[in-house]
Structure formats: C-alpha cells, structure tokens
Design a protein around this ligand. Structure first.
Ligand code: DQA
Length: 139
C-alpha cells in the first residue's frame, strides 16, 4: 500500500515551533520512526508552505497513492482550493491535526477539508499521523 503524508505551512518547523502546542520532535525524526513502524507500507512525505504546491501535490497523488494523510495546517481554515482539490480526486484523504483545533481559537474550528475527507483525526499530537495510517489498514 502506498500512502503519502502531505503537510502544509509551518509544519517544516515542528520541533522548534510552539513546542507547548506541537511538541519537541521534528517531523523528519518522527517520519523515520513511522517508516520503521509501518515498514510493510510505502510511505512518502511532502511539505510545502505554498497553497498551489499543495493543490498540485494532491492532484498528482490521485491514483498514484492508495491514500493521502493531509495536515493542511493554517490552510485548513481558509482554503476552498484545497477542499475542491480533494473533491476532484478519487484517492481517499484523511485529515489530521496535531493539536485539538476545537480547544483553540474560534477561527480554527472551521475546516474546508473535513467535508471532503474520509475521516478526521484531531488532537493526539504526532500520534494523529499513526492513527491516520492505521485507518487505511482496516479490513
Ligand atoms: C494544525 C492546526 C492549525 O490550526 C494550525 O494552523 C497548524 C497546525 C495542527 O496540526 O494542529 O499549523 O493543523
């Protein structure tokens, strides 16, 4: 099974960015552990701070991957374009957030991704990504 994790803006700064909210681990370190933990899967990772690059990646991932794990970060709350890209493809998308966006500012309660996603995993720290990968292994 081929899965891709797509991370949006500022998630390249995990490990140093607001550690009280996002923890101390870099995504690269965490991703190496994920690759070991799920070594029977083909896991890829892409990060961009640019909305159009995220949309291109989602479009290009269609059919190439069996699933997309998407943390669109701040674009979650603003991007109709990313929501439409998910609608336009057939590969299933699971939305992920590290923090519990519902316990934070009101503007983080709105997601343009959720209505198009297969499911949503929010608030388990980096473990949210493990849980999203596991969701593709069901049945
Ligand atoms: C986030 C939550 C977003 O509100 C925020 O803009 C992020 C990260 C999360 O994973 O908790 O950058 O998507």
């Amino acid at each position: 099974m081929k899965l891709i994790i797509i991370n949006g803006p500022n998630l390249n700064l995990l490990g140093t960015r607001e550690p009280d909210t996002y923890g101390n681990q870099s995504f690269e370190d965490y991703f190496s552990k994920l690759q070991f933990q799920f070594r029977d899967l083909e896991l890829s990772h892409f990060q961009s701070n640019i909305e159009g690059e995220l949309i291109d990646k989602i479009q290009n991932a269609d059919k190439e991957f069996d699933g997309i794990i998407l943390n669109a970060a701040a674009y979650t709350h603003t991007s109709i374009g990313i929501g439409d890209a998910i609608k336009a493809i057939s590969t299933p998308v699971v939305e992920v957030h590290i923090s519990n966006t519902f316990s934070r500012e009101k503007f983080r309660h709105k997601s343009f991704i959720s209505p198009q996603a297969e499911g949503v995993i929010i608030g388990f720290g980096l473990q949210s990504y493990d849980l999203a990968i596991s969701s593709f292994l069901k049945g």
